[in-house]
Write a protein that binds this ligand. Structure first.
Ligand code: DGJ
Length: 748
């Protein structure tokens, strides 16, 4: 019988006495403990995750992979006794959560300094408890330092639908003095000894995000991280590890994970001296310190991870389903993203009432559902040199405030969204002149500007309240359905002089800033429940499972070139659902690379995500409006499938590929959508045959073109098996061509 207690009871028990270990049977789903072998087991969605208490009282991983039958009694974990005096068992034995102490040469998950100078931390098993939560079965295992009352509660929560496990830690100081944490990870994920693993991860830069990397895991360590204050464009907090050389989109063992944190983060992937794989992630230990006074605690971000034996494609789909059902603020049933128009690429900072209204009239004609006014509407904002921080409506641009324009947009049948960049201030602003001390800074040192702006120190309560209040005020005084929340630079001089010169206090800024950011977003959502929010950071600089818990969509990149977007979008979908991936159709030639593309090509690139339009409609010809209207109407028929269905990446646009193809299929398998894009034809070769995936093999599907056509001899109706086994021949020739099709189940 497993111990299942309400969380409150568990908390009470944990703070006091030690829970006895109950003997349990392994369960098919949920959390169990075998008292004989001292092995904990989490089972769900066809996978098993197991770890146990070894002979030295450490928590040692046992198994993570395909579900083991209930009859399998996993052996008790045993320490690696090391093979040389240079490799101590504390280091060679994989651990769920290792303190830096007793000779640990791999990445610690926790490192602490005690006031007497002690820096040795050895965490041993103390007790456990289980609980039900709306998000899944939970297990909390408490560890304690061998010599002091420093406790670590390791939380495990398993999602019944996907088997994704969320792990995080609460570090509690019950000593009589302050303890400084210098490294605080969320979890270490372990994989058994092996030399045939490869690692995938995502890298990028502004306007060039979501590049997929793949490398063999060799002895040593690969560090994915951000030291920029926020998630960053450079690395994204996601990883996937595949075993063997034969894995592809649909086959092979894959372990994957993502960290729910929007501040400095780190994921270290190492192959240790015994060729064991460890993935340790959480707060970035770089420049990190968090002082816990007696009775204080620190909770780490959640590090989610999952497993599949069906390749990296299925790993992505599992993550997508999990994000839609468990992470997004509207989970488990997020609304489809409205089709937006955004003014940024059309007007830049030159927004005004007449100009926006003229664009809104045109946007309404093509079926746009949400009109978003971007940067430039506030303070003395003419360009990026001034105004950030002064969140009043600019009277020259909007003499009557925003209301007449918003009313007009409503009358046109759209709702209204507004751009804000709440965390920033231009030195040329009334706010900065009044509160120069509100920015991140080191006393007496220069303040480095990025895009002529500085960061407000959101960790300060007065700054947090200022930001919350002005946003609350804008949302209360105007009928606004949507905020595009932008963030256009990384940190510099991360000082917090107001808390005094103690650097362990000042360094709390890395945690408190993000916590306050999250609390502002949470309070806005609570008090304005109909307002949706987009996370934008000069494109895709702040996309992670933490911010996605509080925002409805993200802007993946400022790069809107439709060909570049194919690889950007492809990379994005390894970690995140297309249901949050905004994709605008903009002008041609594109500002990024001067590439000219047809409007249809641009639409079919963007329709693979959550569609928007950002082109200058004042320059469109009547035929452009007709094309846009037609494709937007088509998109409305497929958007549920594209945004909330299962995505199959059929032909990758990466690595110089001349083609790309994606398929999305609705959860009930009644509709599939195929997008095919051709970069350039060579020597008259036809477009490669495309094999659909995931259809109901016995159902009959009719193919309906959205744009373009299949080859002349293609069948109009065929079974799912036919489309999957025989495949689909698309008639695409030339340069930068695109076609798309709906496959609809034919009802008898
Ligand atoms: C960066 C964003 O990514 C753009 O879409 C736009 O909103 C600008 N900022 C506005 O300054």
């Amino acid at each position: 019988m497993s111990r299942s207690l309400p969380i409150a009871v568990v908390a009470a028990l944990l703070s006091g006495c030690l829970l006895p270990i109950a003997s349990t049977q392994a369960q098919t789903n949920g959390v169990s403990f075998d008292a004989t072998t001292k092995v904990f087991r989490l089972d769900a969605a066809g996978l098993t995750y197991a770890f146990g208490i070894n002979d030295a009282s450490e928590l040692q991983p046992v198994y993570w992979g395909k579900s083991l039958g209930q009859q399998e009694h996993l052996p008790p974990p045993r320490r690696n006794e090391g093979n040389a005096s240079f490799d101590l068992p504390s280091s060679t034995t994989p651990q769920e959560y290792a303190g830096w102490g007793a000779g640990l040469y791999v990445e610690p998950t926790l490192k602490a300094t005690f006031p007497d100078g002690n820096r040795d931390l050895v965490l041993h098993y103390l007790e456990y408890a289980t609980a039900h939560s709306p998000k899944g079965e939970e297990l909390t295992v408490t560890l304690k330092d061998v010599a002091s009352p420093l406790f670590v509660d390791l939380h495990y929560r398993i999602d019944a639908a996907t088997g994704i496990i969320g792990r995080w830690a609460t570090i509690r100081n019950r000593t009589a003095a302050s303890v400084v944490l210098e490294e605080a990870g969320s979890a270490t994920w372990n994989l058994p000894r092996g030399t045939d693993y490869s690692l995938r991860y995502l890298t990028g830069r502004w306007a060039g995000e979501w590049n997929l990397q793949k490398q063999h895991i060799l002895p040593g360590e690969t560090v994915l991280e951000s030291k920029r204050g926020s998630t960053g464009h450079q690395n994204n907090p996601w990883f996937a590890i595949e075993r063997g050389d034969h894995s592809d989109e649909e086959t092979g063992d894959v372990w994957f994970g993502a960290l729910a944190w929007s501040g400095n983060w780190r994921i270290a992937v190492e192959q240790d001296q015994l060729q064991q794989i460890r993935v340790t992630g959480g707060f970035n230990p770089f420049d990190f310190a968090y002082k816990l006074v007696p009775n204080q605690q620190l909770e780490t971000p959640i590090f989610y991870a999952g497993y599949t034996s069906h390749g990296i494609g299925e790993a992505s789909r599992i993550l997508h389903r999990f994000e839609l059902a468990s992470i997004l603020p509207q989970a488990p049933t997020p609304k489809p993203r409205p089709i937006i128009y955004n003014s940024w690429e059309a007007t830049g900072f030159s927004v005004n009432e007449a100009g926006q209204e003229a664009l809104a009239e045109k946007a309404a004609q093509i079926g746009i559902e949400r009109f978003v006014m971007d940067d430039g509407w506030f303070g003395q904002r003419k360009d990026d040199h001034a105004g950030l921080g002064d969140w009043y409506v600019n009277k020259q641009k909007f003499p009557n405030g925003l209301k007449p324009m918003i009313d007009k947009i409503h009358a046109l049948g759209m709702d209204f969204g507004l751009w804000v960049e709440p965390e920033m201030v231009n030195p040329d602003s009334a706010l900065y002149r009044k509160h120069p001390d509100w920015t991140l800074n080191f006393t007496g040192r220069p303040r480095t500007e990025g895009r002529n702006q500085l960061l407000l120190n959101l960790a300060r309560k007065d700054v947090r309240d200022y930001v919350y209040n002005f946003l609350d005020d804008i949302l209360t005084s105007n009928q606004i359905a949507f905020l595009k929340w932008d963030y256009n630079r990384n940190w510099s001089e991360p000082g917090w002089p107001a808390v005094g010169p103690d650097s362990t206090e000042q360094k709390k800024v890395y945690v408190e800033y993000i916590r306050n950011l999250y609390s502002i977003l949470a309070d806005l959502r609570k008090n304005h429940p109909n307002v949706e929010i987009e996370s934008c950071s000069g494109g895709g600089g702040r996309v992670d499972l933490g911010i996605l818990g509080l925002t409805d969509e993200v802007w993946p990149s400022d790069n809107t070139d439709p060909l570049d977007r194919l690889t950007i979008q492809d990379g994005f979908t390894y970690a995140y659902t297309p249901g949050v991936m905004m994709a605008w159709v903009t002008d041609s030639p594109n500002w990024v690379n001067n590439r000219t593309t047809s409007l249809t090509y641009r639409f079919l690139s963007s329709m693979q995500g959550s569609l928007g339009v950002g082109a200058n409609l004042d320059r469109w010809k009547p035929e452009d409006f007709a094309t846009a209207k037609d494709l937007i109407a088509s998109y409305k028929l497929i958007r549920e499938t594209v945004q909330h269905g299962d995505l199959y990446r059929l032909i990758s646009p990466r690595d110089g590929s001349e083609q790309s193809a994606t398929e999305s299929i609705s959860p009930d398998k009644h509709q599939a959508v195929l997008f095919t894009l051709l970069h350039s034809s060579h020597e008259g070769y036809p477009f490669p045959r495309v094999y659909l995936r995931g259809l109901d093999p016995t159902a009959h599907y009719r193919v309906i073109p959205i744009a373009g056509s299949l080859t002349k001899d293609s069948l109009p109706v065929a079974t799912g098996s036919y489309w999957m086994d025989h495949g689909v021949d698309v008639d695409l020739r030339g340069d930068l061509q695109a076609a798309a099709f709906r496959f609809e189940v034919v009802k008898d």
